[in-house]
Design a protein around this ligand. Sequence first.
Ligand SMILES: [Zn+2]
Length: 73
Amino acid sequence: MNPNDKKQYLAFDAATGYPAGSRIRYECANCGGILESLPEHAVACKCRNVIVDSDAGRVSVKDLAQFRIFELL
Ligand SMILES: [Zn+2]
């Protein structure tokens, strides 16, 4: 990620699903990992708190308090 990129954190409701897009990233506050919201393959952060399985179109988050979503502006 370019350090000059600005990011805007998005509000979301885990009950209705997570926003996704080419400029949307998922951030794990526990390990500091940043994942693409539409990865080519399944990805997980280092501590595996956040897992994005693009094939299944599914995002799993263990600890929602340590999960953030932002958009690159
Ligand atoms: Zn993590």
